[in-house]
Design a protein around this ligand. Sequence first.
Ligand SMILES: C[S@@+](CC[C@H](N)C(=O)[O-])C[C@H]1O[C@@H](n2cnc3c(N)ncnc32)[C@H](O)[C@@H]1O
Length: 233
Amino acid sequence: MPEGPTIRNMFAAVAPGYDRANRALSLGIDVLWRRRTVRVVDVVPGERGLDVCTGTGDLCFALQHAGATMVGSDFCVPMLERACRKKAQHQDGAAPSEFVAADALALPFAAASFDFATVAFGIRNVSDPLLGLREMARVVRPGGRVVVLEFSKPRVPLLGAAYWFYFRRILPRLGAWISGARNGAYRYLHDSVTAFPEREGFLDLMRQAGLQRPAVRLLTGGIAAIYRGEVAH
Ligand SMILES: C[S@@+](CC[C@H](N)C(=O)[O-])C[C@H]1O[C@@H](n2cnc3c(N)ncnc32)[C@H](O)[C@@H]1O
C-alpha cells in the first residue's frame, strides 16, 4: 500500500480530470451508487454528517440535498478546491457543505460530534483502513451510522469476466487518457481494488473498529458494495 504522501500526490495530479473520468469510466453508474448510499444513510433532516475522503464532494452534496448539514474532509487540497468551486451548483436552501483539509487517520473533530460519517471509494486508499474506520466511529455519536461505499469484486461468471477485462486492460489506459493523469493512477485503481478486503473481509474490519450490526448490500452484480455499521451506545 503506498504511503499517504504518494497517494495525496497521485490524487492531486488526477484532480483536474477526476469528475470527468469518473462519469465516463463508470458510464454514470457512480452517480446511482452514491444515491443508493444516501438512502442507506437514511438522513433525518438537520442531522450533521461527515464525509471523509470527500474528494470533489459528490457524496457530500448528495447528503446535503437529503437534508444533512455536511462537512467534507480530504487531505488533498486540489480535490477540495474543486469541491469548493462546485458549491455554487449545489445551493438548495440548506446549509452549504463545508470542506476541511484533514487526514482521515487523525480527524480534527471532537468525539461524538456527528450523527453519521460516510466514505465513498476512499477507505481503500487510506494507508491504515482499520484506523480510518476507528476515526470515523470515534467522531460519530453513540447509535450513529458509519456508511462506506467501495468497489467490490463481481462473482457473476459472465459479468465478472467482462468486468475484469475492462478493469485490467481498458480502464487504466482510458482513465489516463480522459483524466490527463499519466501517473499510473488508474493502474493503481485496479491493483488497490484487487488487494482490498471486500464483503465478509470488510465486515470483519468494521467489527474490529467496534462497529455494531455491520451489514453489506451489493450493487450492480457486486461491482460495488455499501457497508453500514452503528456506533455502540
Ligand atoms: C477515489 S477518491 C474518492 C473521492 C470521493 N469520495 C468520490 O466518491 O468521488 C479518494 C479520495 O481519498 C482521499 N484520501 C486518500 N487517503 C486519505 C487520507 N489518509 N486522508 C484524507 N483523504 C484521503 C484522496 O485524496 C482522494 O480525494
